[in-house]
Design a protein around this ligand. Structure first.
Ligand code: RTP
Ligand code: MG
Length: 141
C-alpha cells in the first residue's frame, strides 16, 4: 500500500456535538496522522465549489445549506492507504447503513447531517487538499 494523503472534514453537526477529539482519536488509532488542520466557516461559494461534482443532484442545495450551517474542522490525514482507511472509519453515507463502530454509525443523525466528509480517491484527494490548504500549510511528519 502507498503512503497517501486524504482530505477529511468534520461537518457542522459533529462540530456542534463536540466530538472533534473523539473523531481525531479514531484517525490516530487507525495510524493516520493529522498533517494539516483548520476550523473554518465555509462561505456559500466555497461549499458550492467544494461539492461542484454534485451540483446537478437533487440534494445539492440541502447539502450546501448544511455545510454552511456552522463551522467545520478540515484536516489532511496521511498514512498507508489513507483514502480507503478514512472511508472505512467513516462508514456508509447513510448512517442507517453504516457499520457498527464507524464514525457515521456513532455520531451521524441522517444522510444530510452525516458527521464527516472524506475524499473518495487519491486523485480527488489531491484536488480537495489544494482547495483548502496551501502547500506550506501541509506538514511532512
Ligand atoms: P462526502 O462526499 O460528504 O464524504 O460523502 P460521500 O462520499 O459518502 O457521499 P456523496 O455521494 O459524495 O454525497 C455527498 C454528500 O451529499 C449528501 N447526500 N445526500 N439525500 C441523498 O440522497 C444524498 N446523497 C448524498 C450526503 O450528506 C453526502 O455526504
Ligand atoms: Mg463524496
Amino acid at each position: 500500500m502507498a503512503l497517501e494523503r486524504t482530505l477529511s472534514i468534520i461537518k457542522p453537526d459533529a462540530v456542534a456535538k463536540n466530538v472533534i477529539g473523539e473523531i481525531y482519536a479514531r484517525f490516530e488509532k487507525a495510524g493516520l496522522k493529522v498533517v494539516a488542520s483548520k476550523m473554518k466557516q465555509l462561505s456559500r461559494a466555497e461549499a458550492e465549489g467544494f461539492y461542484a461534482v454534485h451540483k446537478e443532484r437533487p440534494f445539492f442545495n440541502a447539502l450546501v445549506e448544511f455545510m454552511i450551517s456552522g463551522p467545520v474542522m478540515i484536516q489532511v490525514l496521511q498514512g498507508e492507504g489513507a483514502v480507503l482507511k478514512n472511508r472505512d472509519l467513516m462508514g456508509a453515507t447513510n448512517p442507517k447503513e453504516a457499520a457498527a463502530g464507524t464514525i457515521r454509525a456513532d455520531f451521524a443523525d441522517s444522510i444530510d447531517a452525516n458527521a464527516v466528509h472524506g475524499s473518495d480517491a487519491a486523485e480527488t484527494a489531491a484536488v480537495e487538499i489544494a482547495y483548502f490548504f496551501a502547500t506550506t500549510e501541509v506538514h511532512a511528519r
